[in-house]
Design a protein around this ligand. Structure first.
Ligand SMILES: [Zn+2]
Length: 425
């Protein structure tokens, strides 16, 4: 994409009221637009990152046979009355009325709807286990939306539900989901610690939060420096010693990026999800649910991966692979040569499926282009300038590293080597 045609622009000023670094950088970099507290539009760059995360999760899920659905955001109130959550969900549940005085709920979560479907589809033991997933908007009447994309009133969640014939198999599905989550977090370069948590509103028998250590986090966990046992402070109550090895626990600030619950039969009993075993006897299914907030994951990544100049995107979820900067020159002939070389490179990179943001803006100085590249945080920067063309070269620099390399234009065929190598090397 040509940067001259990008829908949004960057700004130098730190936006007022944005205290979290991810919030500041998303606004300054033109990733998001704020409409009201906790309500944002994802602009092209922001949407690209969100879709990368979404597709990465989708691919991992497809590999282990998870099917995708998309459930409605409008729910009839009856569903929520059946599980009792119409009354117990609290003020965060957004209730509305239709013109015909019909009570409706804006989806805060989807246990009720998936259960209504499963009650109608699950029949026999042979169909289990089953895991289905969706990416869908959730609406929550948050008392205190904050931190830009960290706590929203409207957001997108990856939301999977498992159905099993007994507790032993629920444990297996749960383990399978924890494993795939670990794989996903590794790919998006977050170190997420599974932490035992309370079950709260969701009910059920067991729950784990995936916590990323971050100074700006609003949650706190207790973690054992010796055996790494970690627990939510609610769960741990006042225990100062590790329940596994007796070492003194350390308190750390964290951001919750995912949650997994063993729901047991809470919803299958309320919604009547039964399967028949081989002898024809009916049983309630055991359910689990597993969610990652996509915008929050995105913001958490930026809370971790940034410097004083801007974002440093991990490779797999960066909006583009390469930021190609074409610099100006006072000499008209050289200026033309720079432009031609840049255009050609832009085409060639796209031909080999490398995603390029091409800074072709004529009115911007070199300094402004460099600052924008650092702010937006694309992993590899390529500069074409008077200086580089003197050497028949381009300049290559990885975001977050100081080293600058001159690469001959004729050697650029091997550019994919730079792009495919891990960010950490
Ligand atoms: Zn311990």
């Amino acid at each position: 994409m040509k940067q001259s045609q990008l829908f949004t622009k960057t700004t130098k000023e730190t936006p007022r009221g944005a205290t979290f670094i991810s919030h500041q950088l998303f606004l300054r970099g033109g990733f998001i637009f704020r409409h009201a507290s906790g309500i944002y539009t994802l602009l092209p760059l922001g949407l690209m990152v969100l879709r990368k995360i979404e597709n990465l999760i989708r691919k991992e899920f497809e590999e282990i046979g998870i099917q995708e659905v998309r459930m409605s955001i409008l729910h009839p109130a009856e569903l929520w009355k059946k599980t009792g959550r119409w009354d117990t969900a609290g003020k965060e549940l957004w209730k509305i009325k239709s013109r015909n005085e019909e009570d409706l709920v804006l989806a805060m979560t989807h246990e009720e709807t998936i259960s209504a479907i499963a009650a109608n589809t699950v029949r026999s033991e042979n169909e289990l286990p089953m895991i289905v997933n969706q990416f869908q908007t959730k609406i929550r009447d948050e008392e205190r939306p904050r931190g830009g994309l960290l706590r929203l009133r409207e957001f997108i969640m990856q939301d999977a539900y498992s159905f099993d014939k007994d507790e032993e198999n629920l444990d297996k599905s749960f383990k399978k989901m924890v494993e795939v989550y670990n794989k996903i977090f590794k790919r998006i370069e977050l170190i997420a610690i599974p932490v035992k948590a309370s079950t709260g509103l969701m009910g059920g028998s067991d729950s784990y939060e995936f916590m990323v250590l971050a100074e700006s986090g609003e949650d706190r966990i207790a973690i054992c420096p010796k055996c790494n046992f970690a627990a939510n402070l609610e769960v741990l109550k006042n225990a100062e010693k590790c329940p596994q090895c007796g070492t003194e626990m350390k308190i750390k600030r964290t951001i919750e990026v995912a949650h997994a619950f063993k729901l047991g039969t809470k919803y299958s009993k309320a919604m009547n999800i039964l399967y028949e075993d081989k002898k024809g006897k009916k049983h309630f299914v055991q359910m689990g649910c597993y969610g990652i907030g996509l915008e929050r994951a995105m913001a958490t990544i930026v809370e971790i991966y940034h410097d004083e100049k801007g974002i440093i995107w991990p490779k797999e979820i960066a909006p583009f692979d390469v930021h190609l900067l074409s610099l100006g020159s006072k000499n008209e002939a050289i200026k033309e040569k720079i432009q031609m070389t840049s255009e050609k490179l832009y085409q060639e990179l796209q031909e080999v499926k490398i995603e390029v943001l091409y800074d072709d803006r004529k009115e911007k100085s070199a300094g402004e282009k460099f600052a924008d590249a650092d702010l937006i945080g694309i992993p590899l920067r390529i500069v074409v300038s008077e200086k580089t063309l003197k050497e028949d070269s381009v300049e290559i620099k990885k975001r977050g590293e100081k080293e600058i390399q001159l690469i001959k234009l004729s050697d650029l065929k091997n550019l994919s080597d730079f792009i495919s190598s891990p960010a950490s090397d």
